[in-house]
Design a protein around this ligand. Structure first.
Ligand code: C5P
Length: 244
């Protein structure tokens, strides 16, 4: 049971200082299947944190949301795999050809290195893009959720493994794109934690029950007075929730 929970947990290392990030990796690697390194940490410290995560035998997810011409994305995907990522993501709005290039580059490099093919996830619409922005700035005259589903379909067509989506959208995505199409859910808040700036939130159990393959845990743990205890409470909630 604990191993199954661990596989689903992606810890968002959204911190400013490398020492803080390393400290979280030290404390939380027994509970975390995958550490997510985003733009802030990656542009600040490059490979240092990634190598640290790999030394602990944990997976890392490079959350840099690639969006460029296909050839550039393909080469970047090769480098991402060379550097040991098990997960990374690309913007669906880069188009099918670009997403296919990511798949091709990543899988080719994984084969060369005798590694498992990585999980590549598509980012449909950033949650910071509202209906108004979509209509008024981008001049896309569509409902934002429907548009996100259309983009998810493109991700599937391009051979990606799944998408990043809020817990509100998981059930619909699974229904439309199949159970095998993976969904990673951010915006996860156990009942006892603060919402912060997240609007559409779900508890770990709600997200898993709706079909989330992975749940992103960030400030609920990293800002807790005792992160290990917070993580243990999350495990307990999931174990008692009967969703796995
Ligand atoms: O601290 P919190 O749990 O809110 O962190 C959520 C993480 O998930 C952050 O790294 C954030 O960038 C990421 N994320 C998100 N919403 C999305 C996509 C990613 O919150 N739609």
């Amino acid at each position: 049971m604990k191993e199954k929970i661990k596989e689903k947990i992606v810890l968002a290392l959204d911190v400013e200082k490398i020492d803080e990030a390393k400290d979280f990796v030290d404390k939380l690697s027994p509970y975390t299947g995958t550490f997510k390194v985003g733009l802030q940490l990656f542009t600040g410290y490059g490979l240092e944190i990634i190598n640290y995560i790999l030394e602990k035998n944990s997976n890392f997810f490079l959350d840099v949301k690639l969006h460029d011409i296909p050839n550039t994305v393909k080469k970047a995907a090769e480098n991402i795999i060379q550097n040991g990522a098990s997960f990374f993501n690309v913007h669906c709005q880069g188009g099918v050809e670009m997403m296919k290039a990511a798949r091709e580059g990543a899988d080719k490099k994984a084969d060369e290195l005798n590694k498992k093919h990585p999980v590549i996830l598509g980012v449909t619409m950033l949650t910071s893009i509202s209906q108004e922005i979509m209509n008024n700035e981008f001049k896309i005259d569509k409902n934002v959720s429907n548009y996100a589903i259309e983009l998810a379909k493109l991700a599937k067509k391009a051979g990606l493994d799944g998408v990043v989506a809020s817990a509100d959208e998981v059930a619909e995505i699974k229904k439309r794109l199949g159970d095998d199409f993976k969904v990673l859910c951010p915006g996860i808040r156990p009942l006892w934690s603060l919402k912060d700036d997240q609007k559409r939130i779900a508890t770990p159990n709600e997200a898993i029950k709706r079909g989330a393959d992975y749940i992103v845990i960030g400030r609920a743990v990293t800002k807790a007075e005792n992160p290990v205890l917070a993580m243990e409470k999350i495990y307990e909630e999931i174990e008692n929730g009967g969703v796995i």
